[in-house]
Design a protein around this ligand. Structure first.
Ligand SMILES: Nc1ncnc2c1ncn2[C@@H]1O[C@H](COP(=O)(O)OP(=O)(O)OP(=O)(O)O)[C@@H](O)[C@H]1O
Ligand SMILES: [Mg+2]
Length: 254
């Protein structure tokens, strides 16, 4: 987490007047507009809003997969606009993990090899051992040599989380991570996010359409027509069944 923890005393994420406009031939589509937002290190936040309200667009900007067309994004004290594409890719690969609704695993490749992919890009050593450790932390070490089509949806999503984790990110961004899963399996995934947030202090944002799933965070941000509609703390945050009730957040007094 060395790269991102450099921003002492500043929020991990700062958005100032962020807009993203897509050019579709002669037509301009304003996907997000005028977003001001701060997210501190260690937060667990849900992003909600109707279809087309700009959630994925915002996640792609937060994840440095896409650049805003206006406004300023400061990630861990660094102005994204000042980084060239290589520097941005490097920052992204070292510090951000992504999880998608449809898992996005390589199909003919074992779980452990899927988890190793970000380490290959990063030129990291001890890839096998680190990938296995990441699979262990999502409870899937015994499935390491299964291919995606030999795994359930929930297991595939756990592999995707292990892949997001393997570079020891400060930030995990998940776009509808439980969208393809039944409620019970979805809650297992949310439980893994809660543990990673509490035990390791990883900042996590996930998009969901499901109010119940959003209630497992501590903050809910709502978008409508590309704008921030509301930003509220969760009154009574709940823990997923797999998370021990006495788990103390990292950094809290013993
Ligand atoms: N690459 C693109 N080119 C043109 N328009 C786009 C592009 N990506 C998104 N849009 C438009 O931007 C708006 C926001 O899309 P976005 O995918 O961010 O919504 P969303 O909130 O994630 O929706 P959903 O809940 O259906 O996933 C939509 O009107 C969409 O059609
Ligand atoms: Mg979306």
């Amino acid at each position: 987490m060395a790269v991102l923890s450099a921003a002492q005393g500043r929020p991990l994420i700062e958005l100032h007047g962020i807009c993203k406009t897509y050019q579709m031939g002669a037509l301009q589509v304003r996907a997000v507009c005028d977003i001001d937002l701060e997210i501190a290190q260690g937060e667990l936040t849900a992003i909600m809003g109707p279809s087309g309200s700009g959630k994925s667009t915002l996640m792609n900007i937060l994840g440095c997969l896409d650049r805003p067309t206006a406004g300023e994004y400061v990630l861990a004290g660094r102005r994204i606009a000042h980084l060239d594409d290589d520097a941005l890719a490097e920052l992204r690969n070292r510090t951000i993990g992504f999880v998608f609704q449809s898992y996005n695993l390589l199909p003919r490749t074992s779980a452990i090899e899927n988890v190793e992919v970000p380490l290959i890009y990063a030129g990291a050593r001890q890839r096998r051992a680190r990938a296995l450790e990441a699979l262990e932390s999502v409870g899937l070490a015994e499935r390491a040599h299964h291919k995606p089509n030999e795994l359930s949806g929930g297991e595939q999503q756990r592999v995707a989380i292990a892949r997001a984790l393997v570079n020891d990110p400060s930030l995990i961004l998940a776009d509808e991570p439980t969208g393809n899963l039944d409620t019970r399996t979805g809650l297992e995934i949310i439980g893994i996010f809660q543990r990673l947030n509490l035990e390791r202090g990883i900042t996590i944002l996930y998009v969901t359409h499901d109010q119940e799933i959003a209630d497992y965070t501590r903050r809910i941000i709502r978008l409508r027509d590309g704008r921030l509609e509301s930003d509220e703390p969760v009154a009574e945050p709940i823990l997923a069944p797999s998370v021990p009730a006495d788990l103390q957040p990292v950094g809290s007094p013993a």
